[in-house]
Design a protein around this ligand. Structure first.
Ligand code: FPP
Length: 240
């Protein structure tokens, strides 16, 4: 198989989630401000979405901004908000053309109104697309998500005996989306960082050393290839 050929169908994960780490270090290595790294990371995201559509990944979830990221220096936070505002406006038509459905996971109420409106509009415009579901985790925290699910279950007056894993899944921000098969965290860091805590239960993890802006199509295909060689056991013993 040529290096650039997509892997065979059976090894394609249905759902890939990505912690896009290393924008800041990518910029520092080039003597650039951190925001230049986030801009380069945004450009890369376009390549990765394209590659996912091309190879038939059905769900892509990206960690764009965590509930903890608000504590970064204010100029970086404001710069990032500006980038998100621009990107949601500029890339929506292309996402739509590719047949991707935009989805948001996290707390919408924490977003500035202009951004919130763009995200809601994007979700509305793309709601019937079915080639890829792109979930953007923004103002997202895995623990908050579980807490919100518990609150909703209690508020609905659910009898204790009806509380099970399936019910919890149905109350998460990701309700209706299958759990990720593969989670990639770029830049060599090996932590979960409050991302998809519940949904990651049986995911395969890959930790490439590459900083996110350089993690392009080839690297994604290599990660999918690696995933295809893993044996997923879900806690069981596979018969030989
Ligand atoms: C981590 O790099 C990246 C982020 C905090 C998220 C920002 C992601 C983007 C701008 C990509 C585009 C996303 C959207 C939705 C348009 P870091 O700053 O933690 O890097 P470092 O660990 O090297 O400092």
């Amino acid at each position: 198989m040529a290096k650039t050929d997509p892997p065979a169908d059976h090894s394609i994960p249905r759902h890939i989630a990505i912690i896009m780490d290393g924008n800041g270090r990518w910029a520092r290595a080039r003597g650039l401000p951190r925001l230049a790294g986030h801009r380069a990371g945004t450009e890369n995201l376009r390549r990765i979405i394209e590659a996912c559509v091309e190879v038939g990944v059905k769900y892509l979830t990206i960690y764009a901004f965590s509930t903890e990221n608000w504590s970064r220096p204010q100029d970086e936070v404001q710069g990032l908000m500006g980038i998100f505002d621009e990107v949601f406006e500029r890339e929506l038509a292309e996402l739509h053309r590719q047949g991707a459905r935009l989805n948001h996971i996290g707390r919408l109420e924490g977003m500035r109104p202009s951004l919130r409106e763009k995200v809601l509009k994007g979700m509305q415009i793309t709601k019937d697309n079915d080639r890829l579901v792109l979930s953007v985790a923004f103002n997202y925290g895995g623990r908050d998500e579980i807490v919100d699910a518990i609150k909703a279950i209690i508020a609905a007056g659910t009898p204790t005996e009806q509380v099970n894993a399936e019910l919890v899944s149905q109350h998460l921000y990701t309700a209706g989306i299958p759990d990720p098969d593969l989670i990639i965290r770029t830049s060599g860091e090996q932590r979960i960082s409050n991302f998809l805590l519940w949904q990651a239960a049986y995911a395969e993890w890959i930790f490439p050393e590459t900083f996110w802006p350089d993690f392009g199509r080839e690297q994604l295909l290599a990660a999918i290839e690696q995933y295809g060689q893993r044996e997923r056991r879900y806690g069981k013993v596979l018969e030989s």
